[in-house]
Design a binder for this molecule. Structure first.
Ligand code: ZN
Length: 507
């Protein structure tokens, strides 16, 4: 050993001298020309960016649009022609769109094991040709506004694929894998987004409609689901909805329109199916909120070109008639229930026997312990207990409810209406959420017919119970989710905050 070491010593010495020389050269290089030219370059890049921003800010398409932040939410007002509304959206939310796109696209690629080019191709070839012209213009406008503001490289295929983030990875890809009999296909399940209800008649305090919803998704995406969109389109009704930066539909969904329609939903667990010739769900959902003035019109628009993507139990209210409805929208089957005196709740279960049989064949309505069924039991109990007393204040409390209907005690897990799956060793196998999955209820909204008439709703960012999710200790305790580290952030709850159409920031 010593001999070998001695033999190597001259080589080590030579290497050390070479390093010293190279290091000195690098120091000399760094100490003279490089910083000067780098800073000149930085200054030039900054000047170009500033000029671009000035030009973009003076774009006439931004006229009438605005943005402010309150209660952890970002409120944006968009108005006018579709292309202009898109430009406003892309410009005003540019940093949030870039950030949201990075997190969402990483999640889509991670779960499906497909590259981004796959999703761009699906958007370009399958989705784009069936998108109504006005929404094509709006999506194109988002790209233009975004690029004008930040010099982003994202194009319209990226933005369309991103808009379809609830339908391409968990509906289209599993359908495609099955068709292609793909070997070692990942376990992909349709998502279970949300706890919600709509009530009317003898169930509510004033007999009018009350509607409430909390959004269940990964904390990675959910912490970014913090936009309040106030949209005054050239055609159709005015809309107030929560949403995701860069996405034209509410997507979780919660919205009201100026003709009296009140809309929310929860997804159908273990839904299977996709129609490549159909129209993207995000387009139909946006169109229905913009153009439907009745439950019938809403149903008609959602059925037109149904592609099976993001299949939901839509909970609807029409404040003009006091009627509420549930549209269970499968692909092969659907069912509509409606009443002026009742309550319709959702927690990600289908109930029509035909929809269950043909569209969600693996779902087990008899398994009381699953997240959808345990929450269904809790909704039944909680709503019955409060029959005749339900109002917006009570609805807000219900969205933060922590009663586990199986354990019969307070807890924070996948069976509570305010979901905290990161606290459960069981996870939710029906959605392919493994143990301690960092997901659950990420925000909540509530409104009633009176508020909807003046286009108002209450919203709380973060867990509706007010609890915080902290990323660092979670990742330290659960290294299996380390891939999320670049995207997973703290999700701190904000206060319940009222938003209304045409709102300006507090002085
Ligand atoms: Zn909670």
């Amino acid at each position: 050993m010593r001999e070998a070491g001695a033999m190597n010593d001259p080589m080590r010495r030579a290497a050390a001298i070479l390093l010293l020389v190279l290091g000195g050269a690098a120091l000399w290089w760094a100490g003279s020309g490089a910083p000067a030219s780098a800073s000149a370059n930085d200054a030039m890049v900054a000047r170009i960016a500033a000029a671009r921003e000035r030009a973009a800010a003076n774009d006439p398409r931004l006229k009438g649009a605005s943005r402010f932040e309150e209660g952890g939410w970002i409120y944006v007002h968009l108005e006018g022609e579709p292309g202009a509304m898109g430009y406003q959206h892309g410009y005003l939310l540019a940093p949030e769109i870039e950030d949201g796109f990075a997190a969402v696209s990483a999640g889509m690629m991670h779960s499906t094991r497909r590259d981004w080019e796959f999703f761009r191709k699906a958007a370009h070839e399958m989705l784009w040709p069936k998108i109504d012209a006005e929404y094509q213009q709006e999506l194109q406008g988002i790209v233009e506004g975004l690029r004008a503001r930040t010099g982003s490289n994202l194009d319209v295929d990226d933005i369309v694929a991103f808009n379809a983030f609830e339908e391409l990875p968990d509906y289209y890809v599993p359908w495609l894998n099955k068709r292609q009999m793909a070997a070692n296909a990942p376990n992909l399940k349709s998502p279970g987004n949300c706890s919600a209800f709509v009530a009317a008649g003898s169930w509510t305090k004033d007999g009018q409609i009350v509607m409430a919803h909390n959004n269940w998704t990964s904390y990675r995406n959910g912490e970014r689901w913090r936009i309040v969109f106030d949209i005054a389109p050239k055609n159709g009704y005015r809309m107030l909805m929560d949403g995701f930066p860069g996405v034209i539909a509410s997507d979780d969904d919660f919205g009201i329109n100026s003709d009296g329609l009140m809309v929310t939903e929860t997804t159908i667990t273990q839904f299977e199916g996709w129609d490549p010739n159909g129209k993207a769900e995000f387009v139909r959902a946006r169109k229905a909120l913009q153009y439907a003035g009745s439950i019938d019109e809403y149903t008609k628009i959602m059925l037109d070109g149904n592609n099976g993507g993001y299949a939901n139990d839509w909970l609807l209210g029409d404040r003009k008639t006091g009627e509420i409805a549930q549209l269970e929208l499968g692909l092969k089957a659907y069912k509509l229930w409606r009443t002026k005196d009742g309550v319709l709740s959702g927690s990600n279960w289908a109930r029509d026997p035909k929809v269950l049989k043909v569209d969600a064949p693996e779902f087990d309505p008899g398994n009381k312990e699953s997240s959808p069924n345990a929450r269904r039991a809790r909704w039944d109990e909680l709503l019955k207990e409060n029959k005749g007393k339900i109002d917006v204040a009570l609805a807000q409390k219900m969205l933060g409810d922590h009663t586990d209907s199986i354990e019969k005690k307070e807890d924070t897990n996948e069976r509570t209406l305010c979901g905290h799956v990161d606290g459960s060793a069981r996870g939710v196998k029906e959605w392919a959420w493994q143990a301690y999955y960092p997901g659950g209820a990420v925000q909540g909204k509530a409104t009633d017919a009176t508020m909807a008439k003046d286009m108002r709703f209450m919203a709380r960012m973060g867990h509706p119970c007010g609890g915080d999710f902290l990323a660092k200790p979670f990742l330290a305790a659960h290294p299996e989710f380390a891939w999320e580290e670049p995207y997973l952030r703290d999700m701190k709850a904000g206060p319940w905050t009222e938003f209304r159409s045409g709102q300006s920031p507090k002085e």
